[in-house]
Ligand binder design. Structure first.
Ligand code: DQA
Length: 142
């Protein structure tokens, strides 16, 4: 079965209670369940992870680079400023699809910059939890 990593950055473990008007009421566990269900129905082995620690995420990107594993990636706040995450993502040869629950371009100006977008195959933003499912669907076609 084709493996896909779904990587999540800081504060996404607080979904459900974190700014629900912006991010919705689903928890990250709910989103993981939807991704797992989609994977089971479509022959994808979804490996879903979250960390608040930049170093841990960099380690996961190194692992994805070594194993040429595709990634659905919500880097959360690291999107906007982490050169280290970008540099690690640049080593990945399999496609990266960047996802966001919200649409950062509709929000504060500091969210308008993504250091990841230039490396991503594409970006899906603004569809809440469905951003992840749309990204997994797109991954099936790549
Ligand atoms: C986010 C958008 C980021 O700007 C923010 O820092 C997040 C979540 C999103 O999924 O909408 O933590 O990546």
């Amino acid at each position: 079965m084709r493996k896909v990593l779904v990587l999540n950055g800081p504060n996404l473990d607080k979904l459900g209670t974190r700014e629900p008007d912006v991010y919705g009421s689903l928890t990250l566990t709910d989103i993981q369940a939807k991704c797992t269900e989609f994977g089971e129905a479509n022959g994808l082995d979804v490996d879903f992870r979250q960390s608040n620690d930049e170093a841990v995420i960099i380690g996961w990107l190194h692992e994805a680079a070594e194993t040429a594993t595709p990634i659905v990636f919500n880097p959360a706040a690291f999107t906007h400023y982490s050169v280290a995450i970008r540099d690690a993502a640049a080593m990945c040869s399999a496609p990266i699809i960047e996802v966001h629950l919200s649409n950062p371009i509709k929000r504060e100006e500091f969210r308008h910059t993504s250091l990841i977008s230039g490396l991503a195959y594409g970006t899906i933003s603004g569809f809440g939890a469905n951003s992840y499912l749309l990204a997994l669907r797109a991954m099936l076609e790549l």
